[in-house]
Design a protein around this ligand. Structure first.
Ligand SMILES: [Zn+2]
Ligand SMILES: [Zn+2]
Length: 338
């Protein structure tokens, strides 16, 4: 590997960005409060446009596509089936839409795609010997029912007063202030939970029996995002439990589940950016997470590089980081062999 002066594709068709990955200011130590604040409210930044757009999707879902809370006091088939149906539709629209746009219609060609290798179409690693079909199978048959299950438990718990500190009279200002604060913190909660859950999945026993399924995807595409063993789905979406413990309103739990779905799709597009027009492109992929799929033992955080930096597992795409990762791997394997 060499440090290319500009983003470039090597002879194997692998794309890399110019220089090192530059994580968001929140990942810097010592902290730079001014830079963090500018990043939080700036465009593009933490709030705009991506997380604000996802929040709008959640609010629409809560307002118009979710039954009244009072109607969900008892577990009945009609509303559980309703949630399952709308979640299937959401997943097909988001993951399917990205796959069709980027790979079937290929609107932006290979521009900013991490690799030129096609998805496997005749490999024993995948069900039906097809990578995309196998990924769709795991996302739709296991993933959607698992996160729908968490959503069902959330509404049932809130409707019955088991969750949300029912009866706690905190006043409207504190109530909605707390609700807003949790909405703003949701992506951070997701990233922290994801890092530790992901480290757990890379322990030898869990990797071999569970997480290896996700890593069958060396070349990644949108459907790779939820291509997980059902045990991994249960662990991945368990981040909603944080909201069960602290939220006063069920919309906080819904947003936590949605962020997990949306991040899974966008972190695996296989492209650095998704172009929306001639002059407009949004962060569509994650070279940071792509390196995790390529090398396995680095970049465990979804987007929160700070934890990888703290625990020495950070890879910024440079030669130095690559050498440090190989040294770390040799040391771990030596200890395991001893
Ligand atoms: Zn992944
Ligand atoms: Zn992994």
């Amino acid at each position: 590997m060499t440090d290319a002066p500009a983003s470039a594709r090597n002879e194997r068709g692998e794309w890399r960005p110019a220089g090192r990955i530059a994580p968001a200011p929140i990942n810097h130590w010592p902290p730079r409060p001014g830079a963090v604040l500018r990043w939080c409210v700036g465009f593009p930044g933490y709030l705009w446009p991506t997380n604000a757009f996802w929040l709008a999707v959640t609010l629409v879902t809560w307002t118009w596509l979710t039954p009244e809370l009072a109607a969900m006091q008892s577990l009945e088939l009609w509303w559980i089936a309703l949630l399952l149906g709308r979640n299937l539709a959401l997943t097909l629209l988001l993951f399917g839409g990205l796959h069709l746009t980027l790979y079937v219609f290929a609107w932006q060609g290979e521009a900013l795609r991490f690799t030129l290798k096609p998805f496997a179409t005749d490999s024993g690693r995948f069900r039906f010997r097809q990578q995309v079909r196998d990924n769709m199978f795991h996302a739709l048959v296991y993933g959607v029912p698992v996160f729908t299950g968490y959503e069902v438990l959330t509404y049932w718990g809130f409707a019955n007063g088991f969750l949300g500190y029912a009866g706690a009279d905190v006043g409207p200002v504190l109530f909605w202030g707390w609700c807003m604060a949790l909405l703003i913190l949701t992506p951070v909660v997701h990233s922290v939970h994801f890092y530790f859950a992901h480290r757990l999945l890379h322990t030898r026993a869990l990797y071999r029996t569970v997480h290896v399924l996700h890593h069958h995807n060396v070349e990644i595409g949108p459907w790779s995002g939820l291509a997980m063993h059902p045990v991994e789905h249960i662990l991945y979406f368990s981040t909603v439990v944080v909201q069960w413990l602290v939220a006063l309103h069920p919309v906080n739990a819904l947003f936590q589940i949605h962020i997990a779905i949306f991040n899974a799709a966008t972190a695996h597009t296989g492209f650095e950016k998704v172009k929306l027009g001639k002059h407009l492109a949004v962060e569509g992929g994650s070279y940071f997470h792509y390196l995790h799929h390529k090398y396995f033992e680095c970049n465990y955080g979804g987007s929160l590089a700070a934890l990888d930096k703290l625990f020495g597992t950070y890879h910024d795409g440079s030669d130095d980081a690559h050498t440090a990762m190989r040294r770390r791997q040799r040391a771990i394997h030596k200890t395991e062999a001893a």
